[in-house]
Design a protein around this ligand. Structure first.
Ligand code: CP
Length: 317
């Protein structure tokens, strides 16, 4: 067991909410990943039923579309015997103009223990957390953070590479609008990894290096010697805003292809948070190739979310 592997189940999270990975310690991340490793045994077992969340009530409150995040939180809750419910903004009183705080207070009064929120506005989970007794988990807020995605990414990397300390992670794509990139930068640098970003300059935030990462001038430079090559979704609407000239030109210069992955280390992993635009930010031959762990990321997602729900609901005080 390396120093990066802690005690897992025995470690409490000393926080009410998980709003981002900015400021989350290496010890806390290690505890979450260790607990997730144990939860993954449940995900892989024939009888996916534990009593970890018996008597607890979990609500997913999604103001944006989601397949992976919402479904994995719902399955995680059900595997651990919680009462789980979902609210989608379009089918709730939000559509009648109810505020986020009023919605949260209403859920509190119903005895909700954990609210999992995805919202287009950066900071919405933090606002909600200040007004409810329930624990709040950020499932993605605007361009800010998507902490559970970064945790599942780190769990997948740690499984294959043994440790996050000293690894080089190349993140390629729309960094400017990516909450996944931001959470991975915070989490990975906290764990001792180095993060290299690459994208057209218009898709790289000014002074992003202040977060502890570097920016490579080309995707070839970013991939060179990397342990992980991670793609980010290119949102086609960005092209309409003139942030890159054409999809064809983007692919020529920035698409993750097997040839570019070959510049990375021999054991390098190909990752993507999904949903993917095949043939834009990542070629199918790379996404489905022998180095891809994209489907394993999805499995890690259920395990990480089980771990977080368990750890947040057993906190003291
Ligand atoms: N990676 C991710 O957040 O996917 P969803 O939008 O499907 O939840």
């Amino acid at each position: 067991m390396s120093a990066e592997h802690g005690k897992g189940y025995n470690v409490n999270l000393r926080r009410k909410d998980l709003l981002g990975l900015d400021g989350v310690s290496r010890e806390e991340i290690t505890a979450i990943l260790d607990t997730a490793l144990m939860m993954r045994q449940v995900v892989r077992s024939a009888n996916k039923k534990t009593s970890h969340l018996q008597g607890k009530s979990i609500v997913t409150l999604f103001y944006e579309n989601s397949t992976r995040t919402r479904m994995s939180f719902e399955l995680a809750s059900k595997y651990m015997s919680a009462a789980a419910a979902n609210i989608s903004a379009s089918a709730s009183s939000v559509a009648k103009g109810e505020t986020l705080i009023d919605t949260g207070v209403t859920l509190d009064q119903m005895g909700t223990d954990v609210i999992i929120i995805r919202h287009p506005m950066s900071g919405a989970p933090s606002l909600l957390a200040r007004h409810v007794k329930a624990s709040v988990i950020n499932a993605g807020d605007g361009m800010n953070e998507h902490p559970t995605q970064a945790l599942l990414d780190m769990l997948t990397m740690r499984e294959h590479l043994g440790s996050l300390e000293g690894i080089k992670v190349a993140i390629c794509g729309d960094v400017m609008h990516s909450r996944v990139a931001r959470s991975n930068i915070y989490g990975l640098t906290s764990m001792g990894a180095s993060v290299v970003l690459c994208a057209p300059p218009t898709l790289i935030p000014v002074q992003i290096e202040r977060l502890g990462c570097t920016v490579a001038p080309t995707i070839e430079d970013a991939c060179e010697g990397a342990d992980v090559v991670m793609g980010l979704r290119i949102q086609r609407e960005r092209q309409q805003k003139g942030l890159f000239p054409s999809v064809a030109e983007y692919c020529d210069n920035w698409e993750i292809t097997p040839e570019r992955v070959a510049l990375a280390k021999k054991h390098a992993l190909v990752m993507h948070p999904g949903p993917m635009n095949r043939g834009v930010e990542i070629a199918s031959s790379a996404a489905d190739g022998p180095q891809s762990v994209i489907t394993q990321q999805v499995e890690s997602g259920v395990a990480v979310r089980m771990a977080l729900l368990y750890m947040l609901t057993r906190r003291e005080g």
